[in-house]
Design a protein around this ligand. Sequence first.
Ligand SMILES: [Zn+2]
Length: 174
Amino acid sequence: MRSFLNTLLGWLIGSRPRLLCDTAVWRVGVGELARRTLGGRRESGAYLLGVELPNGAKRIQEFVFYDDIDPLALATGEVTIRQVALPRLWEHCRSRGYGVVADVHVHPAGYGQSPSDRANPVMPRAGHIAMILPNFARGAPAPGNIGIYEYHGDGAWTDHSAAGSKFVKLEKTS
Ligand SMILES: [Zn+2]
């Protein structure tokens, strides 16, 4: 009974993936992020749009690259999104029926958060998930060797990187 309850509790509160993504959507999106670094000369990033599932997990359906929303987003070498670009993003979300379920950006080497990443969440609301791909997204990074951070508000984050595919699950859906 006890172990059954523990299993049930684990299933309810922790061990179910919070984000899902089709493997092909991930592979293409991550490849495109690597390409947009121009061979490692600048960082790149994307909003991850998708839908919430009945169990509360979210499914990533589309990568929307920062430089497609704002042509100057990558101009300084570090991702900077101007507020003027956001209406374009909201319009795109509306037309697809998607919301922003997470974000992802690349770093030159490791996948730890920078002070600026911690201070400036892309979506400053509790439950938002930010992912960081190391090595300019070279070598097909996937959960297990990427940074996965959950924002709680007031500058507080939880590092879920070690949970890897238990937290962000890639799966073949078609
Ligand atoms: Zn960063």
